[in-house]
Design a protein around this ligand. Structure first.
Ligand SMILES: *Cc1c(COP(=O)(O)O)cnc(C)c1O
Length: 216
């Protein structure tokens, strides 16, 4: 697949869902990809990328920003509080606000720095013990708490369990967002982004379908 193919599939899925063209943003997840592949997607004009580790992003993106100018960088992986300040300097959007302690840290740091990235609250829709995110039953209260701290919460994010139908999880996330008046929905990856768009995704996070398999 190429960037163009993925963009075309996104436009088609928007159309099929009766949604306006351009209502879905493509976050190209470049974690663990060779620099050459990332540079090639930058050369095609794409400017929205996702990483899942602060450290990896800090090594990779300052150089690309020097070469290619302004890039909107999204953190899609877990954030440790001791890396939060560094993350504030690197990312325009954080998709993984997943616990009260991180919310308090981001609130304090953004006061100090006078700015805060746009935030998505991660919901553990499958209630998987090994997965980050607030439980669906705790989401409403957590959203209220985050708003009370003046955090710029734009929407919700989920990563469905690998062995379940993702649409059920996308629908649950959309329902929680709707009843809390949140517009943003970060959901859908390489294997299921069209289903996510059908259920209202505003941000799809696509890695291997654009760049190829990751090198570990
Ligand atoms: C790696 C990753 C993606 C992209 O996954 P693909 O299957 O390669 O599209 C999306 N979201 C998160 C949180 C990730 O860690």
């Amino acid at each position: 697949m190429s960037l163009d193919d993925i963009q075309a599939r996104i436009r088609k899925a928007e159309q099929d869902a009766g949604r306006p063209e351009g209502s879905v943003r493509l976050v190209a997840v470049s974690k663990k990809q060779p620099d050459g592949r990332v540079a090639s997607v930058l050369e095609q004009g794409h400017r929205i990328f996702g990483e899942n580790q602060v450290q990896e992003a800090a090594t990779k993106w300052p150089g690309f920003r020097d070469r290619f100018g302004e890039i909107e960088l999204h953190l899609v992986g877990p954030l440790q509080t001791n890396k939060a300040r560094q993350a504030l300097g690197l990312f325009q959007v954080i998709h993984s606000l997943d616990r009260p302690k991180l919310a308090r840290t981001l609130a304090r740091l953004s006061q100090e720095e006078g700015q805060c990235p746009d935030l998505f609250i991660q919901v553990n829709t499958g209630e998987e013990p090994q997965k980050a995110g607030v439980l669906p039953a705790e989401a409403d209260d957590f959203i209220v708490d985050c708003r009370g701290m003046d955090l710029p919460v734009m929407g919700l994010m989920c990563i469905p369990p690998v062995d379940e139908e993702p649409s059920l999880h996308f629908a649950l996330l959309a329902k929680i967002a709707e009843r809390n008046g949140l517009e943003g929905l970060s959901m859908g990856m390489s294997s299921d982004f069209e289903k996510a768009i059908a259920l209202g995704a505003t941000h799809v996070r696509v890695g291997s379908a654009i760049f190829g398999e990751r090198a570990y």
